[in-house]
Design a protein around this ligand. Structure first.
Ligand SMILES: [Cu+2]
Length: 119
């Protein structure tokens, strides 16, 4: 009985571990961006560049500066791409927050935010 229970615990902890590593490494995610996450820059960017850890479909991209919505040239892409460049037009200065969603190769919808500020 004891042995069976130990096997049971080993099996379930193995399952939990693989579920955790799937969570950590399975999803598509932002790998790099320009401007970088959390950065403080002196000049307003013309574009926001996003680089992902694999091909993703960018399905939503909303930008606010100090809480005010800023229009971009974003349009949802039919085919997955590893990187995107979004033109952010006349965005002014302040706290930028890009709120975007991607769908990766595993079909999961992942929501991310990118914050930076322009002085
Ligand atoms: Cu996933």
């Amino acid at each position: 009985m004891k042995i069976i229970r130990k096997i049971g615990i080993a099996l379930s902890s193995g399952l939990i571990l693989s579920a955790l590593s799937f969570q950590a490494f399975g999803h598509s995610a932002l790998k790099a961006s320009s401007p970088a996450k959390g950065s403080e820059i002196d000049a307003r960017p013309d574009i926001i560049a996003l680089e992902f850890n694999g091909p993703v479909r960018l399905v939503k991209f909303e930008l606010t500066v100090d809480g005010d919505e800023v229009s971009t040239n974003f349009s949802a892409t039919p085919r997955p791409e590893g990187s995107y460049e979004i033109s952010v037009g006349g965005s002014g200065v302040g706290k930028f927050m890009a709120d975007f969603s991607i769908v990766g190769a595993d079909g999961h919808l992942v929501r991310e935010t990118l914050n930076f500020s322009v002085k």
